[in-house]
Design a protein around this ligand. Structure first.
Ligand SMILES: NC(=O)c1ccc[n+]([C@@H]2O[C@H](COP(=O)([O-])OP(=O)(O)OC[C@H]3O[C@@H](n4cnc5c(N)ncnc54)[C@H](O)[C@@H]3O)[C@@H](O)[C@H]2O)c1
Length: 310
């Protein structure tokens, strides 16, 4: 049986770490691509040289040549500039829209049948860009944000409660920005709603830390996070390649769902071999709906900027 082929565009911090985690999980053969001569080749060789120790058989090729990516099952787009301290994700839009446009054109040319996971920021606008440029079916194009934001919220909750991270499951909606909408009513520890375990004030503190989770890391490092973003990206790729029907939050195309009206935004979905196989519609209360609508308005503003730049 042929192995799945995974292309990762951008061999920087997120791309190379995604390649490494995907290789250790033996998700398939990996093509790591960058425009910088030698970078992807060097990272791929380093990852390959860890395989006899870590015991994985995935082939990993580093390249600048899109021809090597032909007929990939999944294309993960991480190409683009990351944030520095003092910058918002939105500040990256003008530059990254051109990079994601170029890499999306190449994706459509070389891997017409692929499923695309976009990681570049500002996330929701970059997914919108990739969808417009590739013209791929809307279930086959999505963005990684919910996996990361949920992981951050789950981690903070587990530490606060002194429980295993395995037991915390959470749902998060909206755009990948400070106005994201974590949903405590749908967040639980082994089925026990967190609203039974923590008071409102403590939950609000952890939500605020989650919203600023990316900025906290940027301020410490001077550049943006990559271990947790890569782990979230691989979780999505694994759900698709193994047809796991995983329920998780991701940036997906919604039309009538939640009254979105044809935009990509964070919602709970089922991920399987066809990409986004279902959008789960929760019965939001008034304040949850208001939070989602505020975040969606921001997503729409960024999409309008993309329309002007493309
Ligand atoms: N969605 C999320 O939750 C999330 C989390 C972290 C980072 N990000 C975003 O992911 C992107 C990458 O972050 P990073 O830390 O890996 O940055 P990085 O600078 O380490 O890597 C980006 C790489 O993209 C490459 N690149 C640029 N243009 C290219 C092109 N046209 N074709 C191929 N490769 C190209 C660069 O050479 C560089 O190696 C940023 O936009 C960042 O904001 C998103």
């Amino acid at each position: 049986m042929a192995r799945d082929k995974i292309t990762i565009v951008g061999a920087g911090n997120v791309g190379a770490t995604t390649a490494y985690i995907a290789a250790t999980k033996q998700l398939g053969d990996i093509i790591l691509l960058d425009i910088v001569e030698g970078l992807a080749e060097g990272k791929a060789l380093d990852i390959a040289q860890a395989s006899p120790v870590q015991l994985y058989d995935s082939n990993i090729v580093g390249t600048t040549d899109w021809g090597e990516t032909t007929d990939s099952n999944i294309v993960i787009i991480t190409s683009g500039v990351p944030r520095k301290p003092g910058m918002s994700r939105d500040d990256l839009l003008a530059k990254n829209v051109q990079i994601v446009k170029e890499t999306s054109e190449k994706t459509a040319k070389y891997s017409l049948g692929s499923i695309v996971i976009v990681v570049s920021n500002p996330l929701d606008a970059m997914v919108y860009t990739a969808a417009k440029v590739t013209g791929f079916a809307k279930n086959k194009i999505m963005g990684m944000a919910g996996a990361l934001d949920s992981a951050r919220f789950s981690y903070f909750l587990a530490r606060k409660l002194g429980v295993s991270v395995e037991d915390v499951k959470c749902v998060l909606m909206g755009g990948h920005g400070d106005d994201m909408v974590p949903l405590p009513r749908f967040t639980s520890v082994s089925g026990i709603p967190i609203t039974e375990l923590l008071d409102e004030e403590k939950i609000a503190e952890l939500i605020e830390r989650t919203r600023k989770g990316g900025t906290e890391v940027v301020n410490l490092l001077g550049y943006s996070a990559y271990y947790a973003p890569a782990a979230g990206t691989v979780k999505m790729a694994e759900a698709i390649l193994k047809d796991k029907k995983t329920v998780m939050s991701c940036c997906a195309y919604c039309d009538s769902e939640y009254g979105v009206g044809g935009y990509f935004v964070g919602v709970p979905v089922v991920l399987g071999k066809n990409g986004v196989e279902k959008i789960i519609e929760l019965d939001l209360n008034q304040s949850e709906q208001a939070g989602f609508e505020k975040s969606l308005a921001h997503v729409k503003q960024l999409a309008a900027k993309v329309d002007k730049l493309l």
